[in-house]
Design a protein around this ligand. Structure first.
Ligand code: TMP
Length: 254
């Protein structure tokens, strides 16, 4: 394969120039970070699993007409995506109290919230992704009020759909983070779901035992991280056929 130009390297993924204008290749690494990269590690096979899980979830969301950046999976660690202008806001939806909400508001972990709550964080590592209000987002021009209407509407639909999908395989969707981008096509601009949806950016608990099946196992040193990610893929019916032995996937091609 021809050498490709690397455009961006993040904590868990690398973006390369795509084969055609308007496309990018998103490569999923095994690297894991937490607490704004103060904690670093490797979760063997995570990139392969997240590539597959994100493909599956974005495809399912596409089937209910949620626009996404996803085009198709290319191989074990890479997917072809549409190039979008990322809106620098992390959108978090919470159904059950966990993580930073328990600390910020003193609500015990596991408390079902009276309704789903959406929070916004400004994507800025130097500032540690501070929580912001919609007022900041629109006043500083990170997104317009109509963009925010689309984002909130899409996020609630994503939450409803994914909550049901996970419940169907015995998993409670506690909370998750999504990112959106602006997709320019002809004269039009559309807000589309971007980035990834995987156990790296969701809290997923076993519905019966409440056992954690997501990146909190890494954040909190709970062990059995690889097994948890694999179990999520297994329940979704998408564990790569070769199973664990092949989790390393092909070497990165540049
Ligand atoms: P929090 O409870 O730490 O605020 O996290 C809420 C959700 O967002 C949780 O599912 C993990 C996810 N998340 C990310 O994907 N990236 C991040 O940088 C953070 C802080 C959280």
């Amino acid at each position: 394969m021809a050498r490709r130009r690397q455009l961006y390297e993040g904590k868990a993924k690398i973006l390369f120039e795509g084969p055609e204008p308007g496309t990018l290749v998103q490569y999923f690494k095994d690297d894991a970070t937490a607490f704004n990269a103060q904690k670093k590690g490797t979760i063997t096979g995570k990139g392969v699993l997240n590539n597959r899980i994100s493909e599956f979830l974005m495809t399912k969301l596409g089937e209910i007409n949620i626009p996404t950046h996803f085009i198709r999976r290319l191989n074990m660690r890479e997917q072809l995506i549409k190039e979008v202008e990322i809106i620098p806001v992390e959108v978090v939806v919470r159904n059950i109290a966990a993580g930073s909400m328990t600390q910020r508001l003193g609500i015990p972990e596991g408390t079902r919230l009276p309704r789903s709550i959406i929070e916004f964080y400004y994507k800025n590592d130097a500032l540690n992704d501070p929580m912001v209000a919609e007022e900041h987002i629109t006043a500083f021009g990170w997104a317009t009020p109509p963009d925010m209407d689309d984002i909130v509407h899409l996020t609630l639909r994503i939450n409803d759909f994914l909550s049901g999908l996970f419940l169907g395989v015995g998993i409670t969707l506690v909370d998750f983070k999504v990112e959106f981008g602006r997709l320019y096509e002809n004269e039009d601009m559309r807000i589309v779901l971007a980035d990834e949806i995987s156990p790296d950016n969701c809290r997923l608990w076993d519905s019966k035992t409440n056992e954690k099946m997501d990146k909190d196992r890494f954040r909190r040193d709970l062990g059995k991280i690889e097994e948890a990610y694999q179990e999520v893929a297994r329940r979704l019916g998408i564990l790569p056929e070769a199973g664990l032995r092949d989790m390393k996937g092909p070497e990165m091609m540049q």
